[in-house]
Design a binder for this molecule. Structure first.
Ligand SMILES: [Zn+2]
Length: 119
């Protein structure tokens, strides 16, 4: 079955954001190794020690593996050990990708509106 043309060239930065998103869950060990974290929902940067709530309990040790942001309570936290630079710009780029786009765009084959343009 042909899947149709995928715009490969355009996917590089999206791919980066997708990879970063993979670091936003199941990342407890990663966060605990690092010093600071960023939330790409409220775009705040805070020390990992501020995280108080965790979700995604593991059956084995019953500890949540995914951090909730101490500021907004959303599971949109990335640690500095993810390999991504936690800058405000990066967090805002992530927010635009995962929270501000059309919800239909998440998950795939739907058409995606170009979000950034000339100011
Ligand atoms: Zn937040």
């Amino acid at each position: 079955m042909p899947l149709g043309g995928q715009p490969e060239e355009m996917s590089e930065s999206l791919d980066r954001l997708e990879r970063a998103h993979a670091h936003a869950s199941g990342h407890r060990a990663e966060l605990e190794r690092g010093r600071s974290c960023g939330c790409f929902h409220c775009c705040s940067i805070f020390p990992a020690s501020q995280i108080l709530e965790w979700i995604d309990d593991d059956d084995v040790d019953e500890q949540g593996q995914t951090a909730l942001c101490p500021h907004c309570g959303i599971d949109a936290v990335i640690g500095d050990q993810s390999g991504f630079l936690l800058s405000r710009d990066f967090l805002e780029e992530m927010r635009a990708r995962w929270f501000e786009g059309s919800s239909e765009a998440v998950g795939g084959s739907g058409r995606r509106r170009p979000h950034d343009g000339p100011p």
